[in-house]
Design a protein around this ligand. Sequence first.
Ligand code: UT7
Length: 329
Amino acid sequence: MPATITAVTHYFPPDIYKNDYFSKYLDTSDEWIKTRTGISERRFLKEGATSDLIVPAAKQLLEQKGLSPSDIDTIIVSTVTPDHMFPNTAAVVQDKVGMPNAWGFDISAACSGYLFSLRTAASLVESGTSKRVLLCGADKMSSIMDFQDRATAVLFGDGGTATLVEMSDDPNYGILDNILHIDGEGGKYLKQIAGGSFKPASHETVDKREHYIFQDGQNVFKAAVKGMADVSTEIMQRHNLSHDDIAWLVPHQANLRIISATANRMGLSPDKVMINIDKYANTTSATIPSCLSEWKDAGKIKKGDYLVLSSFGAGFTWGAILLRWNMNV
Ligand code: UT7
């Protein structure tokens, strides 16, 4: 029996920053940002850490499901902006929500973190190791953004989500298949240069702004279009699914042009693609689950719908998951 998603929630901090926030002090414009990325605004968490983006989503999820914190046996946090290098953010979330029966850990796979974590959560459930996994995809990207670099500052936002992964009650519904990849050759194009054991923090690394996101946008863009489109098409073909059979493509939200090219290559019409990058920008581990949560809340996903979740990010890491929705609206 496959595992499945039985609940998903999201939390975005209340403070909205429109594109004009950046054009007031950087050589950029609302028009450039909208046409090159599809982003109109994003949210930044003024005070607090990544765990503070997760806790409201986790509490909302438990309330929705009528569960007590003690019902969760495993916590996975997918993030590249952990509260600390150690202890892991799963421990912080365990403490803040008060989940006495859980063990847990963090997964770092950048923008593919949610897909890699969803597969991991599903495997824990399918093997019988875990019954209820609370998967928290969240990033406080503002903590590693260089607000003086127009090439990256305009691209990211902060967001938190919670997903409950349990055993499906039907073999035809749930997390049906995955194609996941990693290729370290791409590491040079998108990274946080300093702060790890390779280059510990020093006055020099701070002066050189090496704790912020470094990105060679064009090379990432080209690899992302090919990577996301190819795995999404491959997973459809593997299951003999045509574009008519797919209800939604749920892509990582890094750039509207990447999303459109992916949908195009899959032969999917734009009205079958979940897009919320315009409101939240790239929130890394929170993009795909926040789309699922918003679409679910709006009643736009039906039980039995085939969804293709697709991502590309630093590593390079990329992949697709085929999910047959198993929740009644
Ligand atoms: O989620 C993780 C994975 N990340 C991604 O998938 C991101 C992939 N990359 C991208 O989305 C795009 O490459 C960007 C949005 C980052 C950049 O778009 P682009 O169309 O590739 O632009 P570009 O880097 O080729 O830059 C074009 C021009 C340059 O000026 P010149 O050299 O033509 O004079 C840049 O300096 O645009 C300039 N530019 C800007 N101009 C105004 C770069 N950033 C900005 C800006 N405002 N914010």
